[in-house]
Write a protein that binds this ligand. Structure first.
Ligand code: ME8
Length: 658
């Protein structure tokens, strides 16, 4: 049994989980499940990264002690795992004593190697990403990664001799071309390392919420030094009893770190260098995935445009959410998260393709064979082709899971689902059932369809474990390992279980479904400190949890929002939308279309000629198939109707509002 260790990043606890965190965790879960199905000895780790200044500040803001704050938010990530049927074997918190011991032990090893020295740090620091930003990389004085304002730091600091590891890292990359996937990421990292590495500040003295540096408690460790060690803590490091040694050598360095692309540097440069210094081997694999975007921007708590997983899981089901994210985002690429996208995939792929197949295959065995799987009798081209498609799909899906290409594995599976549906349509069992002399064909068809469905259930199992279990329940079969998975092994005579609809089609529009405006992301929250590109003027007030994330913004941040006086030229209702109006507005010399969620408060004709205020520099967003170029600004109380901004003195269209 080969050992397979997979990790997610440990998540910061300055905000509650959103779809981005849920995504990485669900993908890691699907990979872990697929490896268990293959018979591997899997260890799957996730957890929370709890130290650092921003957590200290977030707790202060929430008016609770830092440990109490950490307990509460960490629990919400643990809950996320349970909610999303994630099968992690451990959940690590960096505030646990086992982790403090591990981080301090690594520090001691690195110090013993002569790679830590004391100096003074002066420079820029991004508290949101917890990274030091060289002056040359600042973008308009802000962090190049998240756009937040950086802080000037001047303090005594311990340094790690990262520069010493430039060549060893390059040698390591050369010897391990699969170390970082997708491959182009390794090229980027190589180029970065080749351009020269500076020593890294790895301690702070200006706050207390961290792991004390061994023998110098005035310093706490830089959060990344602390955080990266978690991957070893969970294996029992630094204990050196035989059982822990055994565990360590079993799972390390054969680990797969699944991370978002923004933290590749920490994982592909710092982490291997720390380990090399400590006399340990670098991790064997890093898989970097892309970002979920919403309204064109990265979904992120610091941008305030986050979708919460709970609402999607509630509305569509956990399996449908798991399916959507894994089907929609190919490894390494960015993808757009939209309500429309989820609903479309639900109805097309789950209700139509898979749901129909399950319903047809099982009800026909019920109807024509008394609920007992018949034996296959004939082997015509149609049947052998289907069997061949089943075998090829098994091979492809297993290989794609092994290569972490879950999206492609799902595409392969759906090709098979469609092929089985086509096979049923071509054979027309409902016609065969009326022709007693064609009973052999009828039974063969029903057998082959049910057998292929059994295989399909096995192939979707890592992504949609509940659906797989339910399909198996209907077919009257048990979960089977992927080793030995093959077509034609369904035992004739198997008695079907109770048939139930798998993914009933959702006929309602999203608006009807959830009593919401379709232009509001289902789980979207607004953050008054930031602009939410796709959020209409009538967005709900942020929930308390999101409010705790807000930080005050600088005048520079505010000035990024281009508010302008505009005149409404035309206004009309948007078909099928309760809340939206389509406005044509003039902003200076420019006419543009804007969708506004104000239909419940204003009749279109009452708006024509009116002077309003718009956000002019929002990225365009498509709502109900119409591109909106900007956002109308309105005031609204809790649950109240929006009230458009206007002026009591004369203004001109195009004037800036600030
Ligand atoms: O970076 N799209 O924690 P974090 C896809 N504590 N994935 C996303 C995402 C998005 N829009 N937003 C977040 C940290 N993620 C550190 C990690 S590891 C030793 C320390 C996911 O709370 C993605 O996996 O900011 C990303 O890398 C991670 O959440 C960042 O979580």
């Amino acid at each position: 049994m080969s050992a397979f260790y997979i990790t997610t990043p440990i998540y910061y606890i300055n905000a509650r989980p959103h779809i981005g965190h849920a995504y990485t965790t669900m993908v890691a879960d699907a990979i872990a499940r697929s490896r268990r199905l293959r018979g591997d000895d899997v260890f799957f780790l996730t957890g929370t990264d709890e130290h650092g200044q921003k957590v200290e500040r977030a707790a202060q803001k929430a008016g609770v002690s830092t440990p109490a704050f950490a307990d509460e938010v960490s629990a919400s990530f643990r809950q996320m795992c349970a909610d999303l049927h994630v099968t992690n074997d451990d959940f690590i918190r960096t505030t646990e004593p086992r982790h403090r011991d591990a981080a301090q032990a690594i520090w001691r090893k690195v110090a013993a190697a002569g790679d830590i020295y004391k100096g003074d740090y002066e420079g820029w620091y991004c508290t949101v990403d917890e990274i030091f930003v060289p002056e040359t990389q600042l973008v308009d004085g802000a962090c190049p990664t998240c756009g937040s304002k950086v802080e000037r730091l001047k303090e005594e600091s311990y340094y790690f001799r990262l520069s010493k590891y430039q060549q060893p890292l390059l040698d390591f990359y050369a010897a391990h071309p699969d170390f970082l996937q997708p491959a182009f990421r390794l090229n980027e990292i190589r180029t970065f390392v080749e351009s020269g590495l500076q020593d890294l500040s790895i301690s702070r003295t200006s706050f207390q919420w961290g792991i004390p540096v061994p023998d110098d408690p005035a310093h706490v460790m830089y959060v990344w030094f602390d955080a990266l060690t978690n991957y070893l803590t969970a294996l029992g490091f630094p204990a050196d009893d035989p059982a822990t040694q055994d565990r360590l050598s079993r799972y390390w360095p054969t680990v797969t770190h699944l991370v978002g692309k923004e933290i590749i540097r920490q994982h592909a440069i710092y982490w291997p260098a720390f380990l090399m210094s400590a006399g340990m081997l670098p991790p064997s694999r890093i898989i970097a995935h892309g970002f979920w975007l919403m309204g064109g921007a990265k979904m992120s708590k610091s941008f305030g445009n986050v979708a919460r997983y709970q609402e999607y899981a509630e509305t569509f089901g956990v399996d449908a959410l798991r399916y959507f994210v894994m089907r929609e985002m190919p490894l390494g690429q960015d993808a757009n998260f939209s309500d429309d996208g989820v609903l479309t995939r639900f109805n097309a792929d789950l209700a139509n393709d898979l749901g129909n197949l399950v319903s047809r295959a099982t009800t026909m065995v019920q109807r024509y064979c008394g609920g007992i799987v018949p034996a296959p009798h004939v082997q015509e081209a149609l049947d052998t082709n289907l069997r061949a498609a089943v075998s090829t799909t098994i091979e492809r899906v297993l290989a794609n899971f092994e290569g972490f290409q879950i999206t492609i594995a799902l595409q392969d599976t759906w090709e098979l689902i469609r092929a089985v549906n086509k096979y049923i349509v071509e054979r027309e069992p409902w016609t065969l059932a009326k022709q007693p002399d064609r009973r052999a064909h009828l039974e063969t068809t029903l057998y082959e369809a049910a057998d292929a469905l059994r295989v399909i259930a096995a192939l979707v199992d890592p992504v949609m474990p509940d659906a797989a279990t339910r399909i198996r329940g209907m077919l009257g079969v048990r979960q089977e390992p992927w080793t030995g998975l093959a077509g034609g092994t369904l035992v004739p005579g198997t008695r079907l279980g109770t048939i139930e609809p798998l993914f009933p089609r959702i006929e309602k529009t999203l608006e009807e479904l959830r009593g919401m405006s379709t232009d509001t992301p289902a789980g979207g929250t607004t953050d008054p400190a930031t602009t939410t590109p796709a959020t209409p003027a009538t967005a709900p007030a942020p929930p308390a949890a999101a409010a705790a994330d807000n930080s005050r913004i600088s005048i520079d941040d505010f000035m990024k929002v281009d508010l302008r006086v505009a005149t409404v030229l035309q206004a009309e209702a948007v078909p099928k939308s309760r809340k939206l109006l389509k406005l044509t507005v003039r902003v200076g010399a420019d006419d543009r279309t804007i969708l506004a969620g104000i239909a419940e408060a204003y009749a279109p004709e009452a708006l024509v000629g009116r002077t309003i205020v718009i956000v002019a520099n929002l990225k365009p967003a498509k709502l109900m198939g119409i591109e909106s170029n900007g956002m109308v600004v309105a005031a609204s109380g809790d649950g109240g109707k929006p009230v458009l901004l206007g002026f009591s003195e004369a203004t001109e269209s195009g004037w800036r509002v600030r």
